[in-house]
Design a protein. Sequence first.
Length: 565
Amino acid sequence: MPGEGDVFDGAALTRWGQRCLEGLERHRDEINALNVFPVADADTGNNLLTTMRAAVRAAEAETGQERSTTDSAGPSAHSVAVAMARAATVGARGNSGIILSQVLRGMGEAVTAGPLTAESLRHALRRAAVLVREALSSPVEGTMLTILDRAAEHAADCAEDSLPAVALAAADGAAKALGETPTLLGVLREAGVVDAGARGLLVLLDELVAATGGRMPVRPAYVRRPPDRGGSADAGAAGRSSGPAVANRAVRPAARPAADDPGAAVPVPQYEVMYLLTRTDERRAGRLREALAGLGDSVVVVGDGGGAWSAHVHCADAGAAVEAGLAAGALSRIRIETLAVSAHASAGPADRGILAVTSGSGAVRLFEDAGATVLEGEVTAEQLLAAIRALPHREVLVLPNGALPAHELVAVSVAARDGHRDVLMLPCASTVQGLAALAMHDAGRSAADDVFAMSEAAAVTRWGALRVAAERALTIVGTCEAGDGLGLVGHDVVVIDPDVRSAARTLLDRMLGLGGELVTMLLGAPAPAGLAEELTEHITAGFPGVEVVVYPGGQAGDLVQIGVE
């Protein structure tokens, strides 16, 4: 296959990213179950998958590829790797996602002169290891950074000078180091697991081996095992112990003396704070890293190489963390989540489940990546009721996304409640509102607080849609003809234009005329080629500073569904 073997071009990098997505999807539950450090919130697999999803979308946009494409023609490895790194930095979730963005950045910096080769892969891994250590306020051994170091070392020591051989050496070095992580980090040893983020990194390296033409390495299933009091280097590998699983529990760092008062203790971190930083520089980002280190733990501040920075911290004062960012530059994509792990989390399935109704393969993946169970397509009240009853959770939050009228949702909610289950319907009238709500979901909060935060996020998301009129009809703004472009805000037609693209631009002008910082566009299956790029350029030119995110939704009805926050 072109692009495989000793060189790896832009299209081959995109296919590697697609393979990584498939691998992370297969291993997501395994990685989540290993997650005890720095907080046992069982989301490392989700975070890696979501971050890589953002990177792959950028790569596909750069190459014009879909998953089934095998043509290797297209842009350079450098342009694709840079696009992946920048998208991963912007879309990073959690500590592990930010570190993943730096692995991709290292690759982008290593392939400036041509395709990925054996030598540039060595350089990519070395550079990524340096970037990750520079980004961390307090590097901890036995985590992703240790595995990355070992992968780089084994790649450098590989005697063969072929890309598949160097990729295999890096992956095998990472696998060996992964098995040793419990000997380096007591939290892992006590819980009987290997590091979750490091396990995810091994998935990516193994997929690179296969993508370059090598045989996919066979690894053990890394599962929770009884605590290894003797510090064995192979803790976590399946089949080596038949003892019972160790209960999952929250891991909290001990309170530290405050920097300005050695006798005072810093409060235990309760929040995970993340945001994107622009209009800054290396010096100010470094000062931000120091400021966040004084507020909490798990501090990571990384750049994408193009002027954007992503910051992450676990702290007790989320407001102070945001204020530190405001002092360093312009903030966007602020995410604040509680770090509390519910007491029932160790006993089995999560007590609260999310059920989302949507259509289109891309939209389904978005909700599933965020941890929701999806009911796909047009549904009836009976089908929704059956789906709710099929969930094992005591609390069920439903994102109907406009699937049924309000009175039917109320009836379903009442019918689904019983002595063992509480059902809460969220006011999401569209898929983009549902995605905004789901981004605020936090299982560590009470159900009432969680629903309030999610509902508020949906409420502040103005939504619209671009459609093609199926027939001549009377609307509140006049009569449309079959084939006309229709722009809707909510359920009301506000734009009619024979030119669909013109209708889309006018719709965006109307929606952004009321203000907005972030535009999310969900592309439907019938969307004309180039529409997303055209609308993105229109927003950038007419509304400077507004961030644009585009997802392939795959829905059959709307050409584009638009959310403005």
